[in-house]
Design a protein. Structure first.
Lengths: 355, 355
């Protein structure tokens, strides 16, 4: 399937036309926290005053979420969630994607469901009872500073109840790739569900990909993530900090060496410095797509993953897939919000990545 | 107060430092529908398919709102509401503004309240009981076409229950201007409240301004609006279509002639053709502020009114106030959403309108 001949990466059916009883095989099933982003501009000193660390995501309870919100400026709301953004990006490129995640029966849940479906992603949330004030859809307060960096405080709401019951719909047995969000590893029931998803995926010739999501996820789950790399994963997505932290490596090059030894396809993003793709054939550097003005980096990694996954499941080489990832990331950092606004497919055609 | 000597426009206390027991006199109290905008891109044929008329606002019930939403693409949410946008613009310029309107105890209500307060507008909504699924905060589905024109379908929700009880907080007796949204004239209880607000305003030396809001409002309430111009209003805001329709005039120039005879200060916007301000001293044309790329015209009229009202209540001439209005409109049409995102005050200083 790929130019490099690393045919162990994708199952034999990848890029093919195998169909499930319910329709064509999916490219990607993404599993993650269903969140609505609440985006506002902020100054560096606002972050300090709120005790937030720039560029990171913190999990907060409802009370802390409310106090941060009260200190934020006028905001806009847009659907988010890391793996959900990736699923949206795959669909925006013309791919077949489904999302598994949990929302409540409230306004944010309605908006999340509308937005992901309307971009073409299959999403059938587990019905949840309406318990006003108790069961809320997760939301992520995103403070965007003048340098386009985003600092996030997430109140998971019902997303933290994600479990095996949410793996419904039959999507897992009819997809080329199952993409797991590292953030979900925080919750025991979600972790159990993801281990179940890995088994179902492998039982159905699907590849499993994990995003390391955030340095704090790597810190919390380092041993388990390293264990997953020994047979449970076919792909791993990480940025420079996350992969270096995972292997306790002295620098990025050492981390590249360490991940190469695992035999897992690794997609390692480095912001403006581009990306390194590690396959059985070795490591390839792919430059970033230049952006006229970076407005808001929210979703950059998610859309990089979307482009890469679309490419790899549709016959592109890992290198070309990384170029498609770079295109998705460049589009999403050019505006406020973590979902694509431009026609990604048209941009990819324009860039000569496919016709 | 103004260069043109039209001292009948503003009450004697305008521009002064009179203070109410609760603090300094406000510049503007705005009364209108409290709405959250749900914005999505659309094509002209989408509007046709949904039976919507481009550039207009339609009031719809919950069922129709849901069916339009289901047909819309991925959306973002941002606080809106015509008069609320105007209050936000006055505050963004450094003015003292309050807003009166009704929200429900739901996610949209929470976002609306947060956003308008965080920009500096006084807003203390009447406490409403939580009745899930029945009492929802009003929302406006905004379909933005490629030409940056917006077409709106509004489900008023609890905004339609606005009444005298919502005129609380003492703001009406301590403001230079009370600004009324024409849209509210649709609802009997809101209309009664606005007539009450006019009396309180005049009893406290405040000027009363009415926005004609939309051609459909003018069609529905033409006789009443004409009656209001005979003593109830000191200012009227309208676009070309609205003012021409109001007077049944053959063209815009005839409408300018007709409004001149009323003696009411008229602020008449004409999109890219700028604005005509009609005072006792005559009509003055003010060109529009050029915009590099018009992205979304939602809020253009609201922010024009904001700039004008800030200017006229802070010692600027009607002409300079109209320039400030043009600046507000230019900022808001340069991005998606109906509230200012840039520092309006800094833009006004840059433009030499004040130091």
């Amino acid at each position: 399937m790929t130019e490099g001949g690393d045919d162990a990466v994708m199952p034999a059916t990848s890029g093919g036309t195998a169909e499930s009883p319910s329709g064509p095989r999916l490219d990607v099933v993404a599993i993650g926290n269903a969140l609505v982003d609440v985006l506002a501009s902020a100054k560096d000193e606002d972050l300090d005053g709120l005790g937030l660390v720039k560029g990171t995501m913190a999990l907060v309870d409802q009370a802390r979420s409310e106090s941060i919100y009260a200190a934020m400026g006028p905001a806009t709301e847009a659907s988010g969630g890391s793996a959900a953004n990736t699923a949206a990006g795959v669909a925006a490129l013309g791919g077949r994607a489904a999302f598994l995640g949990r929302v409540a029966d409230d306004g944010f849940g309605m908006a999340f469901t509308h937005d992901i479906r309307s971009i073409g992603v299959a999403f059938d949330p587990t019905p949840a009872p309406a318990i006003p004030g108790e069961a809320v859809t997760g939301h992520c307060l995103v403070l965007v500073t003048g340098d386009a960096e985003r600092t996030m405080a997430t109140h998971l709401g019902v997303a933290s109840d994600f479990g095996s019951v949410d793996l419904h719909g039959g999507h897992l047995s009819s997809t080329q790739v199952v993409y797991l969000e590292g953030y979900l590893w925080e919750q025991p029931s979600a972790k159990a569900a993801m281990r179940e998803a890995i088994e179902v995926a492998h039982g159905n010739d699907a590849a499993v990909a994990l995003s390391l999501s955030d340095p704090f996820c790597v810190e919390h789950h380092r041993a388990e993530f390293l264990e997953l790399l020994k047979g449970d994963l076919e792909m791993v997505f990480a940025n420079e900090d996350e992969i270096t932290l995972l292997f306790g490596a002295p620098d990025f090059d050492a981390a590249v060496g360490a991940v190469t030894e695992t035999g897992v396809l690794a997609v390692l993003t480095r912001g403006a410095a581009g990306c390194v793709v590690v396959t059985a054939a070795g490591a390839v550097e792919v430059p970033a797509v230049p952006v006229e003005r970076v407005v808001d980096t929210t979703g950059a990694g998610d859309l990089f993953a979307a482009g890469f996954l679309y490419g790899i499941t549709n016959g592109l080489s890992p290198e070309a897939s990384a170029r498609l990832g770079g295109l998705g990331a460049a589009e999403v950092i050019s505006h406020v919000g973590a979902r694509p606004q431009a026609d990604l497919r048209a941009l990819a055609v324009e860039a000569g990545l496919f016709s």
